[in-house]
Write a protein that binds this ligand. Structure first.
Ligand code: SF4
Length: 224
């Protein structure tokens, strides 16, 4: 693939295009939501930590048994680290993930009375929890407006000239300025669904893209 040209971003113009893009994506993906299975904020926190560099399908296979074995933060704290590693091994990066889950569980017990906090400032104090994980939990488990920037959100936001930033945190703040707050959570899901189905990393299917009319990168490989 040729070297990617720098995208030009005009916030006012991007905001206008978003008014067209969001309804079209909602129509294309009416059931856009997280693919991770969970019943409680704590389960979603664990599933999101496990989902780093791993497919949601694989995480759901693993958590099916995992959530029966480890029911509360206390269960993770009590468990032997080596055993946790074995139990989550197939999700990859299992040593770091095991430490993150065990230590964040300890933080939740000691700092937050065994309940997952529902504020960004508190969530990011948990061991191994960054803004992306915190936003997934806030947006999905607590129903608060939250933009979670994963690889699809980063790629599509740049192709759609919504931001020039590839850094997830900078991008989150850029998007927060132009995406209406009531659409923050669903917007991440819409871009993830569109990224998986049409606007794929290596070869976006611009011919069949529902939002091509509003995309500066449509049929322009030098902007992918
Ligand atoms: S037009 Fe092409 S590059 Fe733009 S969002 Fe659609 S698939 Fe992606």
């Amino acid at each position: 693939m040729a070297k990617r040209k720098k995208i030009k971003v005009d916030k006012i113009e991007a905001e206008k295009r978003l008014k067209k893009i969001i309804p079209l994506l909602k129509k294309a993906y009416p059931n856009a939501k997280t693919a991770l299975n969970y019943k409680t904020p704590f389960q979603l926190l664990v599933a999101t930590i496990l989902s780093a560099q791993c497919t949601d399908v694989r995480v759901n296979i693993v958590t099916k048994d995992l959530f029966k074995k480890y029911k509360s933060p206390a269960d993770w704290v009590k468990a032997d680290l080596k055993q946790i590693e074995q139990d989550i091994k197939s999700t990859g990066f299992y040593r770091n993930k095991a430490v993150s889950i065990k230590n964040s569980s300890k933080d939740i017990i000691e700092q937050f009375n065994s309940k997952v906090p529902d504020k960004m400032a508190q969530l990011i104090t948990l061991h191994g929890v960054g803004r992306k994980t915190a936003n997934v939990v806030l947006g999905n488990a607590f129903g608060k407006p939250a933009i979670a920037c994963d690889t699809h959100v980063i790629r599509l936001s740049r192709r759609l000239a919504l931001s020039k930033n590839a850094d997830a945190v900078k991008l989150e703040f850029d998007l927060a300025e132009i995406v209406p707050k009531n659409n923050w959570t669903v917007f991440s899901h819409l871009l993830i669904f569109h990224g998986r189905n049409i606007c794929k990393a290596r070869k976006p299917d611009c011919e069949n893209c529902q939002i091509a009319q509003y995309c500066p990168a449509a049929n322009k490989p030098d902007l992918w």
